[in-house]
Design a protein around this ligand. Structure first.
Ligand code: PMP
Ligand code: GLU
Length: 397
């Protein structure tokens, strides 16, 4: 069998594979608790489901414009104006099969082989592999727990070379929950214009912020900076619509055109019914977002408190998203014996917790950050309690 070098070079998505492993164990009758998948445990709101049913009844089942229906682009333009204070035209919008496809299209459109992409770590699993897929080079910028996992401009400047094309900024961040404030964003924005670098702002968790923290879109800072930014978002997290697969990007027309060309030859339009439902998601009543956010906030507080009570764990309180990212270095240093060898990395530790406590979580190494674990607290409080009890028990000295 001949597998291309390109594919050989790509790692599978660990968030998806560990989630699948947990599901398989559940099907085998094991009482697995999963903190692996980053997806709301709530159902899609009723008004959105109804809209999809109407679309099916009305026979809205043909190909649509490859980059998305006008109605949805208009709803996105309106949303970006109202929520994010950014003015875009329909021609500056593309709708794709999830924010994941928007990211893929954007990276492929901007980067040539050999170009460098600045990637603050810890970072979401798919950025690194998508950059490699484009033949570009991920240049990691390590952020630290002591600095709330946030970048300094000095760190960015240090990594810029003549090949630097792009930086990917994800605020609120998966997996750390870090949220950049306006001053921090302004400083990074100044570097983008100074060095002529594009920025993908992945804002998929924008609605999930806590303690009066506010999300700000970098593209809203000025018209000059807007020219360097591709804002990416979607309905997966804010409207509990992960399976519907609708994401969108807004940016300079030339880049959006490039992304549309790729999409036109790969997947064509995103699902027609899901596009109709997404119009309702963005333009209909918004009250379910706050209900979900409040529930996540309660779980966040409980999860962080419990994690910090476990000897050997220290966990920052995340300002956004729905992940806890505990530092487990002290536990790794302890070297728990398992299957005749000492556990010394996050992958083996998460495997040990999955097999012995039947709790699924993701190793920090999947996010380019050894020494950590990621727990999604988008699960019921009951499951969170039970899961943390099991983790505490198995990690006890
Ligand atoms: N960006 C980040 C940071 C994510 O965590 C995810 C995972 N859902 C995505 C993008 C992709 O989201 P989707 O494709 O479901 O819109
Ligand atoms: N983004 C979510 C996560 O980080 C869903 C899985 C994925 O697409 O990676 O778990």
């Amino acid at each position: 069998m001949t597998i291309s070098e390109r594919v050989k070079n790509i790692n599978p998505s660990q968030t998806l594979s560990i989630t699948a492993q947990a599901l398989k164990m559940k099907r085998e009758g094991k009482k697995v608790i999963s903190f692996a998948a980053g997806e709301p445990d709530f159902g899609t709101p009723e008004n959105i489901r109804e809209e999809a049913i109407s679309a099916i009844r009305e026979g809205f089942s043909h190909y649509t414009a490859s980059s998305g229906i006008i109605e949805l682009k208009e709803a996105i333009v309106e949303k970006l104006k109202k929520d994010n204070e950014i003015e875009y035209k329909n021609s500056e919008i593309i709708v794709s099969t999830g924010a994941k496809q928007c990211l893929f299209n954007a990276i492929l459109t901007i980067c040539d082989p050999g170009d460098e992409v600045l990637l603050p770590t810890p970072c979401w699993v798919s950025y690194t592999e998508q950059i490699k897929f484009a033949g570009a080079v991920p240049v990691f910028i390590i952020t630290h727990q002591e600095e709330d996992f946030k970048l300094s401009t000095a760190q960015v400047e240090e990594k810029i070379t003549s090949r630097t094309k792009l930086i990917i900024l994800n605020s609120p961040n998966n997996p750390t929950g870090a949220v950049y404030d306006p001053e921090e964003l302004k400083k990074i924005a100044q570097l983008l214009t100074k060095y002529n670098i594009y920025c993908i702002c992945d804002e998929i968790y924008e609605k999930l912020v806590y303690n009066n923290v506010k999300h700000l879109s970098m593209a809203s800072l000025s018209n000059e900076i807007k020219e360097k930014i591709i804002t990416i978002n979607g309905v997966s997290k804010s409207y509990a619509m992960t399976g519907w697969r609708i994401g969108y990007a807004a940016g300079p027309e030339e880049i959006i055109k490039g992304m549309s060309k790729i999409q036109g030859h790969s997947t064509s339009n995103p699902n027609s019914i899901a596009q109709k439902a997404s119009v309702e998601a963005l333009s209909g009543k918004q009250d379910t977002i706050e209900e979900m956010r409040k529930a996540f906030d309660e779980r966040r507080k409980y999860t962080i408190k419990r994690l910090n009570e476990i000897e050997g764990i220290s966990c920052l309180t995340p300002a956004g998203a729905f992940y806890a990212f505990p530092n487990v270095n002290k536990i790794l240093e302890r070297g728990i014996e398992y299957n005749g060898k000492k556990i010394s990395n996050s992958f083996d530790l998460s495997n040990f917790i999955l097999k012995e406590a039947e709790v699924a979580l993701i190793p920090g190494s999947a996010f380019e950050a050894e020494g950590y674990l990621r727990l999604s607290y988008a699960a019921s409080l009951e499951d969170i309690k039970e899961g943390l009890d099991r983790i505490e028990k198995i990690l006890r000295f």
